[in-house]
Design a protein around this ligand. Structure first.
Ligand code: SAM
Length: 457
């Protein structure tokens, strides 16, 4: 749509663009086409558009045959979009959601698989939208976002752009590769905003691209390190180091003792996080160190073997799963870390694990609440942990495990170990149900067995 078409349309809808809604409409058709072309939406591909407005980007996305969910806060524009794209709405190619995108339940997107996110974002709420749609609760696999140029520059910055480089750059770049695509002059929007915009392209980091680290420690360090940009970073961070020895840490990182926060690149911030809270996936999965009871077909103990041997030889052994529910009745699911030796990246029960040799199911369940969810004894005791089912004989579907299922009640927060768990969150049961039906391959097989059994209870 060109400028006069947009003005005419707004007049017809009696819409006066609202600053409070960040309403600056793109009136350069070539740019709109160019932005969508960067995404290269394929027929049938699932996209989510944030703030579609009058449909400048929507039009080109739909023309390429993509499946689109468009979330628009302004009811008049949402209604207009449904009317403008009547055919696509009727066939289900387009779903217009009238609502605030910061409140959109991104968890509901998982059952249909990964999504691409697209949006010329409303300025007043860009950062919350960025964290909402590019956070671990959303199945976003790539994103093309238009935002204020200065913010786009901060997102993409490295130490070479010291002024822009900071908390936002590092927190986002730990999980995403950020590419600054181009500047969009203010003149291509109506009403004309005060500043230019920038388009950025986000693609997720591949597992293994960066060393693992504890995300919370990383963010704590970065936030503190940049809290006073002019100050030497060692003066701010020494208190967080286990031995308080910043000069030694600086030597290991290969930076000057006098360095400021902006001189440490992403790899060094990750290395620093590992000095404070080391993450060593390999050590956590030392298959020779853990010893399990080996059992017979009647679940009676017949011997012992290491974890590695039990798994390599398919020996029967014992395990448990825990379903933790919050007060809203939602189930906490954990996403296994990409470094797990079995089922990496898959979604799994709230907590699960093997019984150590000589350990009872109940004792192992209490231990898993502690080890996998980070609950202390008092909080673990308050979860009303109870056993609800046995999953029948050990068989290939259970990984040759005799599994018992426990349930517990707890709203969190949890502190799962990053070696084991990439992320975890509560999901409404209806979403889990649909997700399992549509994408069973997203889950660890042991969880699927537990879910089947729990549904039958
Ligand atoms: N995509 C259109 C374009 O490029 O012309 C409009 C972009 S305009 C910068 C931002 C759009 O987001 C507006 O249509 C505005 O009504 C909408 N919006 C503002 N706040 C929103 C929110 N919290 N959730 C969803 N949409 C929002």
């Amino acid at each position: 749509m060109n400028l006069s078409a947009i003005r005419a349309q707004l007049a017809q809808l009696a819409v006066t663009p609202a600053k409070t809604l960040g309403q600056n409409f793109l009136h350069d058709g070539n740019l709109a086409r160019w932005l969508v072309a960067q995404v290269e939406p394929q027929p049938g591909e699932r996209l989510v558009e944030i703030g579609p407005g009058l449909g400048a980007l929507t039009e080109h996305t739909l023309a390429r045959g993509a499946q689109l969910t468009a979330i628009e806060k302004d009811g008049r524009l949402a209604a207009h979009l449904r009317e403008r794209f009547q055919k696509e709405t009727a066939t289900g190619q387009l779903a217009v959601v009238h609502g605030d995108a910061t409140l959109f339940d991104v968890r509901a997107l998982w059952p249909d698989g990964p999504v691409t996110v697209l949006g010329n974002l409303p300025y007043y709420v860009t950062t919350p939208l960025l964290f909402h749609f590019c956070g671990p609760a959303a199945p976003t696999e790539r994103a093309l976002l238009v935002m204020q140029r200065e913010l786009a520059a901060r997102l993409a910055a490295t130490p070479a752009q010291a002024g822009d480089y900071g908390i936002l750059s590092l927190v986002i770049q730990r999980r995403w590769r950020v590419q600054f695509l181009r500047t969009l002059p203010a003149s291509v929007f109506t009403p004309t905003p005060k500043v230019a915009s920038g388009a950025v392209w986000l693609t997720p980091r591949a597992p293994g691209e960066l060393p693992p680290c504890d995300g919370e420690t990383f963010e704590q360090l970065v936030r503190r390190g940049f809290s006073q940009r002019r100050k030497q970073v060692g003066k701010l961070l020494a208190v967080l180091l286990p031995d308080g020895d910043w000069p030694a840490a600086a030597t290991r990182l290969g930076v000057s003792e006098k360095a400021r926060a902006e001189e440490l690149d992403l790899a060094r911030w990750i290395a620093l996080a590992n000095l404070v809270r080391p993450v060593e996936p390999a050590a956590a999965q030392d298959g020779a160190r853990e010893i399990f009871d080996v059992v017979d077909a009647a679940n009676a103990v017949v011997g012992q073997a290491s974890r590695a041997e039990v798994h390599a030889r398919g020996l029967r052994h014992r395990a448990l799963h825990i379903f933790v529910f919050n007060a809203a009745g939602e189930l906490f699911l954990q996403r296994r870390s990409p470094w797990k030796d079995t089922h990496p990246d898959k979604w799994d029960s709230s907590a699960a694990g093997h019984l150590d040799a000589g350990e009872s199911y109940a004792a192992a369940a209490r231990r898993e609440l502690r080890e996998e969810l980070g609950l202390d004894a008092a909080r673990a005791a308050a979860t009303e942990l109870r056993e609800v089912a046995e999953l029948g004989p050990a068989r290939p579907e259970t990984g040759w495990e005799f599994i018992r299922l426990f349930v517990a009640q707890c709203d969190g927060p949890f502190r799962p170990p990053p070696e084991e768990i990439a992320w975890g969150g509560f999901f409404p049961l209806a979403i889990v149900e649909r997700w399992i039906r549509q994408r069973p391959g997203d889950f660890a097989p042991g969880f699927l067995e537990c879910w089947k059994r729990w549904r039958a209870l």
